[in-house]
Design a protein around this ligand. Structure first.
Ligand SMILES: *Cc1c(COP(=O)(O)O)cnc(C)c1O
Length: 365
């Protein structure tokens, strides 16, 4: 039987039908309807943050929050190449230049010791990624940003439900973007949200609706990125179960760790101090193991098990950025090293421990 790297969480068919039933009374399908308002309020509580603005996907949420900051075109933004292409594209599509900072070899987030050397008089912001749900060194990043007058916008696409010392990931930096894509820990089929420190609610709501402020007023050159009622209904259902889903993920990760830790040539991430994790991904780095990453990938594939080379290639090493002066994987050697050796193993709430054993047996034998 095929084991995919992920499998979307869904409520029961009956639960979803019950949730969408009243849409046949209201005939209100999108444009900030009742489901949208309810999910927004529920997420403000769950994420323990004052403002949540919902989006039709995480990518447009990130594009719009960067746009909302109003940086001059051609400004530089320090970011990580060890991410999904969305992060780098969101910067570039705003007319800004991504400058790639290397990652640290412990949790694969931005290496804070390497940020300051990249700051120039054109730098306006830092866009770090809580990669795999591992939190960045938010205190060091904040300190650097304040010293240099930079904005901090987190790509928190992986970090739903993650908190440190009681503070939810939604509350770090100037703003954070969450993705509710089908493959993420919490999904609204497609979807996303932004959270922020200063009150950008009106602006973000305008930007996702063509810049329209009122019936006769258009305040911005906005696009269309609204979350519809069916997405919001899926979110309302999934939010009821997300804590259980994360608990199941944790048990699976603990089983993986019990099988794979201490094996020479296999490197795993450990939990960060003070952090409550969401167990979004299970990255394994094959570093001097009997088989290299690609061999393990092929062995698993031969058994109908899909792992993922996540993140490979680096975004500073992909075709569409090859003409960019700041590109080049050789400038971020740690990220390059990890990208060539990492595999994320199958992980989703309903993955059985027997399947975890099967996967580990294949890797170890
Ligand atoms: C999923 C993801 C995004 C994009 O989110 P979508 O909801 O798919 O648009 C951005 N950044 C990272 C790191 C992601 O994993």
């Amino acid at each position: 039987m095929l084991i995919n790297v992920t499998r979307s969480s869904m409520p029961s068919f009956e639960e979803y039908c019950e949730e969408i039933k009243d849409l046949w009374d209201s005939h209100w399908l999108t444009n900030m309807g009742a489901k949208h308002k309810l999910l927004q309020a529920q997420l403000e509580t769950y994420l323990d943050t004052p403002h949540v603005v919902l989006y039709t996907n995480g990518h447009l949420a990130l594009e719009n929050i960067i746009a909302a900051m109003g940086f001059p075109k051609g400004s530089e933004v320090i970011t990580t190449p060890f991410t999904f292409v969305s992060t780098t594209h969101a910067i570039t599509r705003n007319g800004l230049i991504p400058v790639f900072c290397d990652i640290n070899p412990a949790d694969y987030t931005m290496d804070v010791a390497k940020i300051e050397a990249l700051i120039t008089d054109r730098t306006v912001a830092i866009v770090p990624v809580h990669v795999y749900g591992n939190l960045c060194d938010v205190d060091a990043i904040q300190e650097i940003a304040e010293r240099h007058g930079l904005r901090v916008i987190y790509d928190a696409a992986h970090a739903f439900g993650v908190s440190r010392n009681g503070i939810n990931a939604a509350n770090f930096g100037d703003a954070s973007m969450f993705s509710f894509h089908a493959t993420k820990v919490f999904n609204t089929i497609e979807g996303g949200a932004v959270t922020f420190r200063e009150d950008l609610v009106q602006k973000m709501n305008d930007l996702k609706n063509f810049g329209i402020r009122g019936p006769e007023q258009v305040a911005y050159v906005g696009g269309n990125a609204k979350m519809n009622e069916f997405q919001a209904a899926m979110g309302i259902c999934n939010l009821r179960h997300v804590d259980d889903e994360i608990a199941k993920r944790k048990a699976i990760v603990e089983h993986y760790r019990s099988r794979l830790s201490g094996i020479p040539g296999i490197r795993l991430c450990s939990d960060q101090p003070g952090v409550i994790h969401n167990y979004a991904y299970f990255p394994v780095v094959f570093d001097g193991y009997r088989y290299d990453r690609d061999q393990v990938f092929e062995r698993l594939a031969a058994e109908n098990i899909t792992a993922r080379k996540y993140f490979y290639p680096l975004t500073n090493n992909i075709d569409c950025y090859k003409d960019l002066q700041t590109a080049g994987a050789e400038k971020t050697p740690v990220a390059d090293y990890i990208a060539n050796r990492v595999l994320t193993l199958p992980l989703y709430a309903d993955l059985s421990l027997e399947d975890v054993d099967r996967i580990c047996d294949i890797i170890l034998n």
